[in-house]
Design a protein around this ligand. Sequence first.
Ligand SMILES: Cc1cc2nc3c(=O)[nH]c(=O)nc-3n(C[C@H](O)[C@H](O)[C@H](O)COP(=O)(O)OP(=O)(O)OC[C@H]3O[C@@H](n4cnc5c(N)ncnc54)[C@H](O)[C@@H]3O)c2cc1C
Length: 646
Amino acid sequence: MTKPRSKTQANPKTPKKESVPLSELPKPTLVKSDKSQKGNARVIYWHRTDLRLTDSPALTRALEIENIECFWPIWCFDPEYVYKHRVGVNRCNFLLESMNNLSEEYTKLNSNQKLWVVRSRPEFVLRKLAKDWGVTHICWEKDSNAYSKVRDEKIFALAEELGIQVIATPGRHLFDPDEVVKQNKGKPTMTLHQWQGVTSKMGEIARPAPTPTSLPDPGPSELQDNHEEDWGKYEGVDLNADVRTGKDTCFDSLAGPSSFPFSVPTMDQLGFSPSTTTIKGGTIEGHKRLDLFLSDKEKVAKFSKPNSAPTSLEPSTTLLSPYIKFGCIGIRELWWGCKAAVEEYRKKGGKGETKEPENMFGQLEFRDMYACAEAAVPHFERIRGNSVCKYVAWSLQNQYDKEGNEILPRPRDKDEQAEERFQAWKEGRTGFPWIDACMRQLKHEGWIHHLARHSVACFLTRGQCYISWERGMEVFDEWLIDWDPASNPGNWMWLSCSAFFSQYFRVYGLVSWPQKTDKSGALVRKYCPELKDFPDKYIYSPHLAPQGIQEKAKCIIGKDYPFPILDEHLEKEYCIARLKDAYHLNYHGDHEDILNGTAEKKLTEIHEENGHTREKIVDGKQDDKKRKRELDGEGAMDKFVKREKK
Ligand SMILES: Cc1cc2nc3c(=O)[nH]c(=O)nc-3n(C[C@H](O)[C@H](O)[C@H](O)COP(=O)(O)OP(=O)(O)OC[C@H]3O[C@@H](n4cnc5c(N)ncnc54)[C@H](O)[C@@H]3O)c2cc1C
């Protein structure tokens, strides 16, 4: 039933895959049912993190079940996903395109097949399908993040109750994060070195799983009583209400419109306006991008993340993250594809190969490292209760009620200046063109380069604005197509020096940093078109341009484009001073003072004692300037006049 890869997925360049014996695939978690499985198998394959047919250990396992009578690849379109979670139009559209593409791939394999989409909460859908379709097995790709664990626990319990066998097989990461955490004695992996140390004892990364060449038919697919009371009802707050521009009809019926039952929902049905991104979803697009990257052996061998340009108009890294996030390509395909490319490059005498962590293997390992941290740390996505997150008294932290429940949506904070700074950052109108261009690109495309993410995250948190990384993460949650529940909070903690990284005195320059890779400001000219006629000299700092230049560029700063919202260097100094105190206090999110709400006061007192207040820093700066003027004195003026005369 399997072959290396289906013809429908053009892949001339990736190495030919051997058929992998089942024993070499990642081990599944099996839940034995009370009732023994006799007779033919009626199997549901539940797609969640794997919108592909290639390199799917879980699908391979599912298709190896004996005596399959019927097989339904399904997707539970969970109302929680589109109400309880911020999901912007670009990510939602990418998901729907990827689901449609997978459905077509199934139909190419068996004309009776498709992706069967059922619109409700998984526990409701699976109970119903189990009953109506006489299901004996449910299979899926295992996911170790906190949200999935809670959801899957309910399905395990349901399967026990109904006597259905569950087969959950890892495959989303290089190694099963739960297994890595177990090997690490229950502790998270907080450095790449640590992750490498633990996994070096866990054997080789599995080879890509083979692609199915045929598929059993589905069984009869009617639903009894297709009008159950509360299938799509969601009682909580709709966090996407502000993105919804039309009427939401997606959950009007369990199987979707009667004219096209079990179809993939549309953006229109969700009440969302069309996406703005140029990034197309789907396994075919993902494989095209993967093949293109792997076809250039030198590029693979010399891949160096720190040397790629965040300012480039064309992505200077692979832009595979959205396809990895939705499982449109398999992680082993990418890993072993890179191994083969590097091998070939070496054989041809290629030189200058890069090493971990900067090379592609290092990138993929970082992704796993975050997944293994998230799997081990409760409340990884916030400060409160998070044992690995250093406490800093940031502005605009999450708010909690007396019982410790997060208040959603977050009420506006008393700190008006911080709220205004946050809005300006989010909307790309900080008056710093590099930050504004990145944020506008993020909103429009749903993707920005890794080092652009560094810049905007550093600016918002420890660099200048001193706003909680939780706020930045939340915006990324909404806008990133590649949003990942481990990589997003993990990287935000890294950038804000809350965990993983501690060099808080290293801050990205808002002008000097983008100038390193592009003095002409191409990305700024594209995403901040009001600045497009400024000369290169002022493209990253238009507020310094003389009036005449502003007039010539037809953009007056303060009128057509904002003045900077803050003083870059002053705020940097103020942030570093406070970070120093926070590091000295060394509280983590699970400290009792954070849980009882006294930590902020304590840290503020320490800032005052140490003279780390804005007033003192401003005074210090003024004194410095005065001292400099006094030191320079007449001598400096003489030098200046001489230079001018020359
Ligand atoms: C504040 C912040 C938030 C981020 N949020 C996410 C997120 O939600 N989802 C996400 O996939 N990445 C996230 N990243 C990591 C990284 O920026 C993206 O993975 C990368 O830019 C995607 O582009 P690419 O596919 O061209 O990457 P490449 O450089 O081509 O790397 C290949 C793959 O390696 C993985 N990878 C590379 N770097 C990282 C990293 N630092 N952490 C985790 N995985 C990595 C990704 O899967 C990526 O597709 C975040 C980084 C920062 C600084």
